[in-house]
Design a protein. Structure first.
Length: 357
């Protein structure tokens, strides 16, 4: 049964130019949204004790702490439950951070992206580089010791040296986790119809990824998943639940969930969500479950467990996929429990993983 919950808060003061996520600037609808969210949770959550709860967005830090408490109080928690809230550097103050800490939030994910003020302006962020430093300092002062930051690479006018400088500045703040994302311009974003100048090409993006990987691993972080680096013990438990192909609840507009062997998705507009939250549900076949197990497993640095696959799906992984393992032999590593992609394999993982379909 699901022991993780994702809650989507789809509100922002303004839309970032690279963002294609479902979000709205109609902040006056937040109270009505929270009412609908509580109704959806009450009708679908079955009282499991949670191991993780994650508020994503959008900008969850726009939600008043009282409304946040109303949502959190609907759940039951394990004693060591990880509760994450995404925050923007320009939204937080010490009083808010202390209040949400008392509500049970024990992990922050700060949407920082880069310290470069020129690039921040180009991509439509509201904060500056100094705001990132201030947000981390306030978080520590408020009692948080599990802090993650976001770094986007491949941004307009970004250079290898600029990425290195960002990494150095992040590490100087003594944070525990870094999520890194290569810029992908997708339909629904401002950049999709207004292509920015001086975008790093694919080769430079790959060089940036290798730089990030090598630099962070030299500084005591390790890559435990394609995009995520942590100090030992500070991996995101919530995201590992996804990559371990475990079930979870998804609540809120456009949220996705996985329970009772079915993937489901919610309505993508506020009006639809207010009236009919659940839009689509699909029961997975055994074949689809196996494919997801492989896709998600290879995102992790530890890779896939062939014994687990044999037990769950009754197949011999090495025999079934001998041709793929042979074709891309230079990109796989044999582990004690199965197989993993090496760094070069990660760089072409989309090509390799398509072979498992």
């Amino acid at each position: 049964m699901p022991s993780s919950v994702y809650i989507h808060i789809p509100f922002c003061k303004s839309k970032c130019r690279y963002c294609s996520f479902v979000s709205f600037c109609s902040l006056e609808k937040i109270p009505q949204y929270i009412d609908s969210l509580k109704k959806e949770i009450s009708e679908n959550y079955r009282g499991e004790r949670l191991k993780t709860l994650y508020f994503g967005g959008g900008t969850p830090s726009l939600i008043h702490s009282g409304l946040l408490a109303d949502v959190i109080n609907l759940f039951r928690f394990d004693e060591d439950c990880e509760v994450t809230l995404e925050v923007n550097p320009d939204d937080v103050n010490e009083n808010y951070l202390k209040t949400i800490k008392n509500l049970g939030v024990n992990r922050l994910s700060i949407g920082s992206q880069t310290f470069d003020n020129k690039i921040l302006k180009l991509i439509g962020r509201r904060h500056g580089g100094e705001d990132i430093k201030k947000a981390v300092e306030l978080a520590k002062k408020s009692g948080f010791n599990n802090i993650s930051v976001d770094l986007i690479y491949g941004l307009p006018e970004q250079t290898l040296e600029g990425v290195k400088q960002d990494l150095e500045k992040f590490l100087a703040l003594d944070i525990q986790h870094i999520s890194t994302y290569g810029l992908k311009i997708e339909e629904g974003s401002y950049f999709y119809t207004h292509t920015p100048n001086n975008l790093p090409d694919d080769d430079l993006q790959a060089d940036m990824y290798e730089l990030i990987n090598n630099f962070l691993e030299s500084q005591g972080f390790y890559r435990y998943e394609v995009s995520n680096f942590a100090k030992p013990g500070f991996e995101s438990k919530h995201n590992l639940n996804y990559w371990n192909n475990e079930e979870y609840y998804g609540f809120g507009v456009s949220a996705h969930g996985y329970s009772d062997g079915a993937r489901y998705s919610n309505s993508v507009t506020l009006d639809e969500y207010f009236n009919t939250p659940r839009r689509h549900s699909q029961k997975l076949t055994d074949r689809e479950k196996l494919e997801e197990e492989i896709f998600l497993g290879f995102r992790k640095t530890e890779g896939i467990n062939t014994n687990k696959i044999r037990e769950k799906y009754g197949i011999d992984f090495e025999k079934n996929y001998a041709n793929v393992l042979e074709k891309y032999a230079g990109y796989f590593e044999k582990t004690q429990s199965g197989y993993a992609l090496n760094l070069q394999g990660v760089l072409i993982s989309n090509i390799i993983l398509a072979e498992f379909l």
